[in-house]
Design a protein around this ligand. Structure first.
Ligand SMILES: [Zn+2]
Length: 245
């Protein structure tokens, strides 16, 4: 009888440790909600060719320590979809429902408050929103009825914990920030629009639309090539949803 109880206890310990490790494994999904063309002089500083080049529109979903976190939210306003000639568009809440996440995320981290990053925040009403303090006026004017108790602002950085942080940069826009994540000895950088594409980051070309070009350039110069950069306007694959980890 005693052995039977020991066996049951062992089974319980093994089972619970397995389910914990599964829950705790960080998962990153890149979600592409549209494609378009975009002028090269917006993408690259000092570019005078004005070519229309392929441009994707993305946000990210993290499953992290039992919480679901969106990094940016994409565009929900159909007028913006037309104005920016977005092709292959599917609304972010629809993609999440269909592919990944039946319920509302727990958190939304905003890299900045441009329309294509904050556009769907009101579709996820239970999520706590983390935003750099200089983005607050735009967030409130874009969504005047938003529940303000959902919003948490930060100045220089926000530490979700030691491995997941938001860092203020202020190059691309007044409130522009990036997200750092360390998972299983790999460092990921969700770069917001401090680099639109890998060409900005890898060839040290500042972005063509900026609030403070010097801060943007300094940030790009400071990047170390061991970091895995994830972009919001360059897709990692042709798929709607790409699992990164
Ligand atoms: Zn953007």
């Amino acid at each position: 009888m005693k052995n039977f109880f020991l066996l049951v206890l062992l089974f319980f310990v093994l089972f619970s440790s397995c389910s914990n490790s599964k829950e705790e494994k960080t998962q990153i999904y890149a979600i592409k909600y549209a494609d378009s063309l975009y002028s090269s002089n917006y993408i690259f500083h000092d570019n005078r060719t004005e070519q229309m080049i392929p441009f994707s529109w993305l946000f990210y979903l993290l499953e992290y320590k039992g919480k679901t976190i969106l990094i940016d939210t994409g565009v929900c306003d159909k007028a913006k979809v037309e104005r920016y000639a977005l092709q292959n568009y599917l609304s972010p809440p629809e993609i999440l429902r269909e592919y990944l996440l039946p319920s509302s995320p727990d958190y939304i981290f905003l890299t900045h408050t441009h329309f294509d990053h904050l556009g769907c925040v009101e579709e996820f009403k239970n999520a706590t929103i983390i935003v750099q303090e200089q983005g607050l006026p735009t967030l409130l004017s874009s969504f005047p009825d938003i529940d303000k108790t959902r919003i948490h602002t930060f100045s220089d950085s926000f530490f979700f914990d030691d491995a997941l942080t938001l860092q203020y940069v202020g190059g691309h826009s007044r409130d522009s920030s990036v997200v750092w994540l360390t998972s299983e000895n790999e460092t990921f950088l969700f770069v917001g629009d401090e680099c639109y594409t890998s060409e900005n980051c890898l060839n040290t070309i500042p972005v063509g639309t900026f609030y403070n070009g010097t801060k943007n350039l300094e940030f790009i110069r400071g990047l170390n090539n061991t970091v895995r950069v994830l972009y919001f306007h360059e897709a990692p694959s042709k798929k709607r949803v790409t699992r990164i980890t």
